[in-house]
Design a protein. Structure first.
Lengths: 156, 499
């Protein structure tokens, strides 16, 4: 038996709702709040049940207008590269600072998306981020944490 | 009243103040276009600058920034499908498809005209009806607000995704679930944080909207890069089109604007409801008003579909000043920041303001209106230049969208957990979008989640845990009956199609 992707997602949502409901019932409330008409558990419990009911309906009811996606047309390679460099970017932004990490992220993203005009890639990464940082930090006075620029004395 | 209007106008039309409003509109548009920086942030940024000015000049600068940021938010919704604020989410439904069809300039022009018209009509309402409307807003109680939010969520589920009502309702529940993460507002008990300190304050709205709109849109474009139909769409992204609105489109706007203005203003008057609910309800209402042929165009670049939420969100912006100025209660996040600014100038909004300091009352109203006029004059000629953002090739545009998304989050928290969370949510949202699970219901549910729980809490506590509050008050009952009708209609139309 083949299960449609929509029903599969609904099944995952059903599992999520069951887990959410279980966690909701286990929320620790104050002793005096335990039998109150409304406490920190009430709303999540309603939501858990709503999730279970809706996902069950989606699984049970016939789905004639199901969405079909042709996987041959999906570019898995590019999206995986992009997600990986985004994760690396997120991991290093605090350590090496906003300027270098963002510039390298932009440069790498252009490269993985097929761009090979090196000059333009450079301008739209390092100088672009510098100008953006000046707009935020210099003109709008929005603090941007950057240990590297602080170390070399560019930022206060 | 005439005397008050004249005092307000004479203050707002001095050379210094006109210059301030122009600077404010321009700065607001730029800030509003940056994902993550909406009118609330823009006004907050201006507060320290305005302290050196006299109150009316400071307020006029903020008025310019406010409307500029709202217009800027609409611009990023239309061009990038990246709404910076919840009030412009509905604008993206038809604005973004219109931009994809090579009518970006036209979409921005329609948004500008609709915003202006909505703002103008609601400013007139504000002048005439402000004192008496405050009484109406006081008549709404917690059960009515709860019912109103249920109606808003049902309406968005019914109208945002044709024939996918159950999927949309699942997204509503998911949005509400995400909104419950963090500390409970009353008891401070942490929920669904799994002992992670980063989740104690909950998930921020900007993070959710960046992940589900901007970032997942960017990932979807890459993901479907090999799809021949999708590739054809991307080519048209480079076409900017004219900003001229033809006669047929003007007639459509002329029909939409009055009803959306009235609805937007009335919703805006209700504290807490604000521009978001107004824009979604106006979108849904408009879809019901138009004929079958126009209905089919909704979600694909309809003029009605773009004009209605844009008119309503601006009308609601003016409407939200009613509870602020007459009751001293801010009706939205933005008016809450404005309240802070007014208090900073030593002005205490409230029932007495209208009687004791009419010049300030009218100056604020007039400065808001002048801000809107200047915005239209200033931004319309700039639309072709703003729209050129679409001509940026995909290889550059996608990384830049990701960059703005990450920066928006980084600026808020300076921690990388939020960036990881955003990437995770964006990946899930990309797959959900692939199978037509709509994102707007999730966003609206997330925004309303906290308020919805609060109103349900009050309603249940007042009724001692009994569900009677759902039918005790006529307003609640009427709103819930409308909700039931929408659900019933969805079920009926689904069965009708299958047979």
């Amino acid at each position: 038996m083949r299960i449609s992707p929509t029903k599969f997602i609904s099944l995952l949502f059903f599992v999520l709702s069951v887990f959410y409901l279980y966690t909701a019932y286990n929320i620790q409330v104050f002793a005096f709040d335990e039998n109150a008409p409304f406490n920190a558990r009430t709303f999540p419990i309603y939501l858990g049940w709503a999730g279970i009911i809706l996902s069950s309906l989606k699984i049970i009811l016939p789905d004639k207008a199901t969405t079909e996606v042709n996987h041959k047309h999906l570019d898995y390679k590019s999206i995986i590269y992009l997600i990986i460099i985004s994760l690396i970017y997120a991991a290093v932004i605090l350590k090496i600072g906003y300027f270098i990490s963002t510039s390298l992220f932009l440069f790498a993203s252009y490269y993985f998306l097929g761009e090979r005009r090196w000059g333009l890639m450079f301008i739209l990464s390092f100088p672009f981020v510098a100008a953006f940082m000046y707009l935020l930090h210099g003109l709008l006075n929005i603090y941007l944490r950057d240990p590297f620029l602080k170390y070399i004395g560019v930022m206060g | 009243m005439i005397e008050g209007i004249l005092i307000g106008l004479s203050t707002a039309l001095s050379l210094t103040n006109i210059l301030m409003v122009m600077v404010g509109c321009f700065a607001g548009t730029i800030i509003g276009m940056l994902p993550g920086l909406g009118p609330m942030t823009a006004i907050a940024l201006m507060i320290p600058i305005t302290y050196g000015f006299d109150p009316s000049t400071g307020l006029i600068l903020m008025a310019g920034v406010y409307y500029g940021a709202v217009f800027g938010g609409s611009t990023s919704s239309i061009l990038l499908n990246a709404p910076g604020i919840p009030g412009t989410v509905a604008t993206a439904f038809d604005g973004y498809p219109m931009a994809q069809q090579g009518k970006a300039g036209k979409a921005l022009a329609i948004a500008a005209y609709s915003s202006f018209a909505g703002g103008t009509i609601s400013a007139i309402f504000l002048l005439v009806a402000a004192p008496s409307l405050s009484k109406v807003s006081l008549a709404f109680r917690s059960p009515d607000y709860f019912a109103l939010m249920i109606l808003g969520l049902t309406a968005i589920s019914a109208f945002s995704s044709k024939g996918q009502f159950l999927k949309a309702m699942m997204m509503v529940v998911l949005g509400l679930m995400l909104a419950t993460v963090g500390q409970d507002s009353l008891s401070d008990i942490t929920r669904f944080t799994f002992n992670n300190m980063n989740l104690t304050d909950g998930i921020s709205f900007v993070l959710i909207v960046m992940a589900t709109f901007a970032m997942s849109e960017a990932l979807t474009i890459i993901f479907r890069g090999k799809d021949p139909n999708r590739a054809a769409k991307q080519i048209s992204l480079t076409e900017l089109g004219s900003i001229k609105v033809n006669k047929e489109e003007t007639i459509k706007m002329a029909k939409t604007i009055p009803r959306s203005s009235i609805l937007g203003f009335l919703i805006g008057v209700l504290p807490g409801a604000g521009a978001t609910i107004a824009s979604f309800l106006a979108y849904g209402m408009e879809r019901n008003y138009v004929n079958e042929e126009e209905k089919q165009k909704f979600g694909k670049g309809s003029v009605h579909g773009l004009s209605a939420p844009e008119t309503a969100n601006n009308a609601a912006c003016s409407g939200s000043f009613v509870p602020l100025l007459t009751l001293g209660i801010p009706g939205s996040g933005t008016t809450a920041v404005m309240l802070g600014a007014l208090l900073g100038f030593g002005i205490q909004p409230g029932p007495r303001l209208y009687q004791t300091n009419p010049e300030i009352f009218w100056s604020v109203i007039m400065s808001m209106y002048i801000g809107m006029v200047v915005l239209l004059i200033l931004n319309l000629p700039l639309i072709p230049y703003i729209a050129r953002i679409l001509a940026v090739p995909r290889n550059y545009l996608i990384p830049l969208i990701l960059f703005f998304s990450v920066t928006g989050i980084y600026l808020m928290s300076f921690n990388n957990f939020d960036i990881f969370l955003m990437i995770g949510i964006a990946v899930v949202a990309t797959f959900l979008r692939l199978y037509d699970f709509p994102m707007p219901p999730l966003i609206l549910a997330f925004v309303l989640g906290g308020l919805m729980e609060e109103t349900l809490r009050r309603s249940l506590l007042i009724s001692d845990g009994s569900p009677n509050f759902l039918w005790d008050r006529p307003i609640t009952l009427i709103i819930l009956l409308i909700t039931v009708t929408i659900v019933g209609w969805q079920i009926f139309s689904t069965f009708r199609k299958k047979n």
